[in-house]
Design a protein around this ligand. Structure first.
Ligand code: NAD
Length: 487
């Protein structure tokens, strides 16, 4: 398979917060990978803009360090060992800037080349988004063609999200605003759309007549130590469900858009969010992880012994439309779970009648793995090979990208890389629109308010488990079970 990397147009990308954790871990190593792939033109430039009082050389040294610390490997070599690193660093520049004051803005103005694609990545606390947007306009840095990229969290409820949307809208048009949800940049997530809408065989079955239920799991093994006080203000519902799980649910559930364009896709996703049913309290399980001999409990990590914030959530929800009437969508996500694994599973119904001796050989399940390895499997029933009569067995048809694409799998960009290149291309398909984010909060808010009103106390669960036992029980009540996740 020949990889087709098409260089993007020359650009100046300004990263506000270019010395921060996200920039060092994800954005800058990701951009270097695109550089190696030949996608970043030689006259493109990345300008770090942050509070740190360093010069361009200091920034390059920091990026070299970040690539070696967080860059991982590409092919059989550490990213930092690629000869291209010096040329990449030469395309970096830096401005010390104060997002809330006037320092550094005219210097930045003198560095950004208006004739190129201009993108401004807000990799800073959301409280600074408005200040930066305002100064970009005030200092003549942004025009009709500029793009801004904003990080999560986008608000903490409907009213704060509306306020943020209004602030950004007073300086930029919606077509200039790229709200990142890095789950949408994952290869498999896009493959989900390719699978659904590029094949004839799935769409006829993709509805309440043939699908029994859907499971979406995003499990992490890490806890919140180090950022517990920050996390405690949000919890799993705000941090994961309102954005990442909701986006995955939308891609599974949406109607086929009439074309693969940003507004057609986002219109369909919005309809799904608006059709989501309110969730009854007895269909939600919230949890907090316990301590182990070597790790602290959630309450200790959060430095808040009486916190009611959840580090785990599971819920059952429904989509009230023709396609999905009666089909439960089970969502769960949590910290300190047994596996780091994210999976979407479409569990099909049992056969209406089996001609074989037994009908308990398993169902067809299409599962899409996002983590740790991306891939898609389809569980199918076949005859167990060999003599001994007609015994049936359920086996996965496996499509791991690493196997299917061979060496080209290395060229598959990481989510952040892909999304940044989409910003430069001006393609908003994989970014959340303002109305989508607001609709997601409109569904989330009453659920959270209900917990507050009832002083709902999360259930403790063992670190290294799959959450409170109630989460299994909720499934069992429905005669179903959570799938075992791949290690
Ligand atoms: P960070 O605290 O590590 O970095 C913040 C950056 O902002 C630094 O470069 C700092 O110099 C700059 N900054 C702070 N105040 C400034 C000011 N007044 N003027 C100019 N620059 C200023 O934060 P982070 O972890 O990199 O997160 C950045 C954003 O990304 C946040 O919105 C966060 O919620 C989001 N995010 C981060 C991660 C992650 O893995 N770190 C993941 C998802 C989303």
């Amino acid at each position: 398979m020949v990889s087709r990397v098409i260089p993007v147009k020359p650009f100046d990308l300004v990263i506000f917060g270019g010395t921060g954790d996200l920039a060092r871990r994800k954005i800058l190593p990701g951009l270097f990978r695109r550089f190696i792939a030949g996608q970043m033109p030689s006259d493109a430039r990345i300008i770090g803009a942050a509070r740190s009082d360093i010069d361009a050389q200091g920034f390059r040294d920091m990026v070299r360090q970040a690539v070696s610390e967080f860059g991982g490997t590409l092919g059989d070599k550490a990213l930092a060992e690629y000869d291209e690193l010096d040329s990449f660093l030469a395309q970096l520049d830096y401005v010390t800037i104060d997002a809330m004051g006037e320092q550094g803005w005219s210097e930045l103005r003198s560095k950004v080349r208006k004739e190129l694609v201009n993108a401004f990545y807000f990799s800073v606390a959301p409280s600074l988004f408005g200040d930066i947007a305002e100064r970009l306009k005030k200092h003549g840095l942004a025009d009709e063609d500029s793009r801004i990229v904003v990080e999560k969290p986008f608000g903490r409820d409907l009213s704060s999200a509306q306020e943020l949307n209004e602030t950004l809208a007073s300086f930029f048009k919606e077509k200039q605003i790229y709200r990142i949800d890095h789950y949408l940049g994952k290869e498999t997530v896009q493959n989900l759309m390719a699978l659904r809408f590029g094949n004839i065989m799935f769409e006829p079955l993709w509805n309440a007549n043939y699908v029994d239920h859907i499971q979406i799991t995003v499990a992490e093994t890490v806890g919140v130590s180090g950022r517990g006080a920050y996390y405690d203000k949000s919890g799993a519902m705000r941090d994961m469900v309102q954005n990442h799980l909701m986006q995955l649910l939308c891609l599974i559930a949406m109607e086929p858009p009439s074309q693969f364009s940003s507004d057609s896709v986002r219109d369909e996703k919005l309809k799904v969010i608006r059709a989501l049913q309110p969730v009854a309290p007895h269909e939600i399980v919230r949890g907090q992880y316990d301590a182990t001999e070597t790790t602290l409990s959630y309450r200790e990590d959060a430095e808040n012994p009486r916190t009611f914030t959840e580090s785990f959530i599971m819920m059952k929800t429904h989509i009230a439309n023709f396609r999905w009437a009666g089909v439960p969508f089970y969502l769960r996500t949590g910290k300190r779970m047994s596996n780091r694994a994210s999976e979407i599973a479409v569990v099909f119904k049992a056969l209406p009648h089996s001609i074989f001796d037994s009908n308990d050989h398993g169902r067809n399940v299409l599962s899409i793995q996002l983590q740790p390895d991306e891939g898609i499997t389809m569980d199918m029933t076949i005859k167990e090979p060999g003599p001994g009569g007609m015994r049936l067995v359920n086996v996965p048809l496996d499509m791991s990208f690493a196997d299917a694409l061979g060496p080209d799998a290395d060229d598959v960009p990481d989510a952040y890389e892909r999304l940044i290149m989409d910003v430069i291309r001006g393609n908003q398909t994989l970014f959340m629109r303002g109305d989508e984010v607001e609709a997601a909060w409109a569904w989330t808010d009453p659920i959270i308010e209900d917990w507050k009103a009832r002083n709902d106390v999360p259930k403790p669960y063992d670190s290294g488990s799959m959450g409170p036992l109630d989460s299994q029980a909720l499934m069992q009540r429905d005669g179903r079970a959570w799938r075992e996740l791949k290690k």
